[in-house]
Every structure is written in C-alpha cells, then in structure tokens.
Ligand binder design. Structure first.
Ligand code: CA
Length: 232
C-alpha cells in the first residue's frame, strides 16, 4: 500500500469523473472511480479509501441512500458534490452523515481545499473515548464540563458549553442547523434557529479573537456551522 491519500470519486458524468480523477491524480492523490451508488458501496466495502467524493444525483440510487449505507459501518469522510438548486438534498446529506459539500460548478482549488479539511479530520480522528479535546488554543474538558482558551477557563452558559462541546466532538464536519438545534433543544422548530444564532454569537465573542473572521467556528450560510480543525 502506498501512503498517498486514497480517494474514491463517485460520479456518473463521464467528463466530470475524468476531469476530477486526472487533476487529483496529478496532485499526488490516488484515485479510483465509481459510476453509481452500487459500485461505490461495493468499492468502499472491499477497499481501503481515505475520502469519498460523492455526487448526489446518481443513476441507480440517491446519493443520500449511499451515505446512509456507508454510515452503517464506516466513518470515512464523505464530501458531497451537488448540483445547483439541490440545497435541501445537500442539507439532508449532511444530516445523514456527510462531512462537507461542494456545489457544481466548483474549482479544483476549492475541491482540494475541502479534501485538505477532510484529511485534517482524518488525522485528528480519535476513537471517541478521548476526554479532552484540543484545537489550537482551545481546550474542552468533557468530564469536567469546562473549556479553556489559552489556558484560561472560559465562563460559558450551559447552552454555550453544549454548543461548543457538540461542535468540537464533530470537529471538521459541517453540522446543519436542524442537527444542532435537535441535539441542544431536543426539537427543531424554526425559532430555535434564531436562538441558535444568538447563542453562537455569544459563544464566538468568548472564543474568537475577531468575530468577523472566526478562526474556530465557520458559518455555512443557510446550512449550519463547522468547527475548523486549526492547523498545527
Ligand atoms: Ca450525477
């Protein structure tokens, strides 16, 4: 086995598939392709891949079904590639366990940047039993229910702490508004998204140097939030 990052490209459009595999191969990635959902599931269950790039509109089954099936046994990072106007599909793909999304058309630079983010999650991945999360100057001590920035304890409200803990436990992944409000309030009526914004703003004031250019929590407009894994 080589030590290149192994990427599975799942795309039914031959030209896009070819373009993606050619450009990614020339950038030191090892690429394999699948043309539909069945092939993708088969490939992932029999080979070791590091990242999956998944087109949502596939001929044999919905990309969302592919994600659900993969998530039954694998935590492999999945970056969803969706066509414009498939916003609700994109959101439900994230809710089903995708890590990230890109909307067609996208630049290869953008794609590579997303792959690097997914790679960082891969490197950062633990078995989930770790009790302390560290990311740059930010530390979350789960058993103690406290968080620190540059070694100083943060004074967080219970909701702010829940929010920070949820984002940090899923660092690297885009979490949708519905997912977050569901986990925090146990339901997801529209007003909670407004409350979420308020709590997010107050949390950011406590952890971000510049709330206009957040370093830790990224906003995905109309979609949700992601804890960025800060480069070491
Ligand atoms: Ca397609």
């Amino acid at each position: 086995m080589n030590n290149k990052t192994n990427i599975l490209v799942v795309e039914d459009d031959r030209q896009i598939r070819k373009l993606m595999s050619t450009t990614l191969s020339s950038n030191e990635y090892s690429i394999e392709c699948a043309c539909d959902g069945g092939q993708a599931i088969m490939a992932i269950s029999t080979n070791k891949f590091d990242i999956v790039l998944l087109d949502l509109g596939l001929p044999d089954m919905d990309g969302e079904i592919v994600i659900k099936k993969i998530r039954e046994w694998s935590d492999i990072p999945i970056i969803v590639i969706s066509a414009r106007g498939e916003d609700s599909d994109k959101i439900s793909a994230l809710d089903n366990g995708a890590d990230d999304y890109l909307t067609k058309p996208f630049s290869i630079e953008e794609l590579m940047a997303r792959i690097r983010v997914a790679q960082r999650r891969l490197l950062n991945k633990s078995d989930g039993s770790e009790s302390v999360f560290q990311n740059g100057d930010l530390v979350v001590d789960y058993p103690a229910g406290t968080a620190y920035l540059k070694g100083r304890e943060l004074s967080l409200t219970p909701i702010e702490y829940k929010l920070l803990s949820l984002l940090s436990r899923n660092a690297g992944k885009v979490l949708t508004h519905t997912y977050i409000t569901d986990k925090i309030w146990g339901n997801s009526v529209d007003s909670d998204v407004a409350s979420l914004r308020v709590f997010m703003a107050s949390l950011r004031k406590k952890i971000e140097k510049d709330t206009a250019h957040p370093e830790y929590i990224q906003t995905h407009i109309g979609t949700g939030y992601r804890m960025i894994i800060v480069k070491k």
